[in-house]
Every structure is written in C-alpha cells, then in structure tokens.
Design a protein around this ligand. Structure first.
Ligand SMILES: O=C(O)[C@H](O)[C@@H](O)[C@H](O)[C@H](O)COP(=O)(O)O
Length: 241
C-alpha cells in the first residue's frame, strides 16, 4: 500500500491526473471503474481541462464502481456527474462508456452489469479484472456503495449487488469485493477533514477497523494507492521519507 499526501485537493487532482496518464499508457484497452460522489469532480475537471490531450481516449473504457438507482439525468446520478465534469469535455467513443442503468430494475441491472463485466473485461484467476478501480470513501468508511450496515455484500459471490444507503434508503448498484480486489490497481481519492478519522482507523488498522468496508479493499496485486490531501491525512503519523 502506498500513501500519497498532497497539500490540497487541487494538487491531489493534478497528481492523480498524471498518475492516470502514466497508468493508462501501459496497456490498451484500459478498463477503469470510476467512483462517484463529489470528490472526483475536481479530479475529472483537471484531467479533462489540463491533461486530456495526453490520453488516447479511444483506448479507455469507463465503467462505474457504483451508481445510484436514478435516471441518468438526475442530480444524484454518478453518470451525470461524470458527464458534466469529464465525458462532455473529452473525445471518447460512446461505445467506451458502460453506464450502470439501475433506474428501472436494480436487481436485474446488478445481474446485467455483472455479466457485462464477464463479457468485456479480461480474466484473472477466473474473475473479470479491471486495470484500475478508482474509489472514494465516505465519512462512515463505506466505499463504492458497500456501507457498514451491509458489510456482508462485500463478500457476495456475485460481481455486483444492490445496496441501500443507510440514511436515505436510496438503492444503489455496486461492485463487490471479489471484483474490486481482483483489479490490477486500486486507488482511493479521499480529501477533506471529515474523512480524517476513518482514514486513520483504516490505514493504521486501529480497533474495529474491519467494521468499515474501505478497510477490506486489498487487491491481490497489492497495488493499492491512497491519494489524500493534508486535511484527510492529518491524523496519520507518516514517516517523512
Ligand atoms: O456513489 C457514491 O457516492 C460513491 O461512489 C461513494 O462511494 C463515494 O465515493 C463516497 O461516498 C465519498 O463521497 P464524496 O466524494 O462525496 O465524499
């Protein structure tokens, strides 16, 4: 596990963009699962506005690690957020965008998307393998849409599951642990002071850390990189090497 800490979220966005360019130049096609929420917005903006000419978007395939079960034009949609901050600003073929369509029938979509991963991704140890999974982490230590109250979904035998937000009850379709941990590389993008407490519990493996889904992210390749701003990392005791 590698921990990269940068002064602010703008710097996280810039350094992650450079990291993405370097990683995505290693093979083609390059299959990436994107995270949702608000953290990626600035990362997508910087990648699209400052670095888009450094990427051959024909070779990139975008999927989602999770999606809210809403229409694609709903303000809650991770797809809509990604269109606004990234996809509308880059020249990527429509066929390279693999949206989770949970708005109609979440259970059916979890099955369909799980099968789509079987069809489109290369296999490693018999399971679909992403080249890169980009994750966020909630203040409660959830990741993708696996929340602490539904930790059992992490060990589902299926590639995708229907999850429920603990407060809003909103249904989500989420990748499960078997897919996330089969990825070649997993990165966390976590910024802001509200994440600092769980970042410390999870990275320092403090008591009860396994109660939090983000602590179960452990790719078999060991290629796990945390991109943090100083605010999210403020409780960590990092050696200054
Ligand atoms: O659909 C989602 O909301 C995300 O995929 C979720 O896992 C997100 O990454 C965390 O909740 C952090 O969200 P913020 O970046 O908004 O803090």
């Amino acid at each position: 596990m590698e921990i990269k800490v940068y002064q602010n979220k703008e710097k996280v966005a810039e350094e992650f963009s450079k990291y993405f360019i370097e990683k995505s130049s290693t093979k083609s096609p390059f299959h990436v699962a994107l995270s949702g929420g608000s953290t990626p917005k600035i990362v997508f903006d910087v990648l699209a506005e400052k670095f888009s000419d450094k990427v051959d978007w024909n070779l990139i395939h975008f999927y989602w690690g999770d999606e809210r079960c809403v229409a694609p034009d709903d303000d809650e949609s991770n797809y809509k957020m990604t269109v606004e901050h990234l996809l509308s600003k880059i020249n990527i073929p429509e066929k390279n965008i693999h949206r989770i369509k949970g708005e109609e029938n979440p259970k059916e979509e979890a099955k369909r998307y799980g099968e789509l991963l079987e069809d489109l991704l290369p296999k490693e140890l018999g399971l679909p393998q992403f080249d890169l999974v980009i994750l966020g982490m909630g203040d409660d230590g959830h990741t993708a849409s696996i929340f602490p109250h539904e930790l059992k979904l992490w060990v589902s035998p299926d590639n995708c599951e229907v999850a429920m937000h603990p407060e809003s009850g909103q249904l989500r379709v989420s990748l499960t642990g078997r897919i996330i941990n089969n990825a070649k590389t997993v990165t966390f993008l976590v910024t802001g002071e509200s994440k600092a407490e769980k970042v410390k519990v999870i990275i320092d493996r403090e008591e009860d850390y396994l109660d939090y889904p983000a602590s179960h992210v452990s790719p078999k390749t060991k290629d796990l990189v945390w991109f943090l701003d100083a605010a999210a990392a403020k409780l960590l005791t990092l050696d200054q090497s």
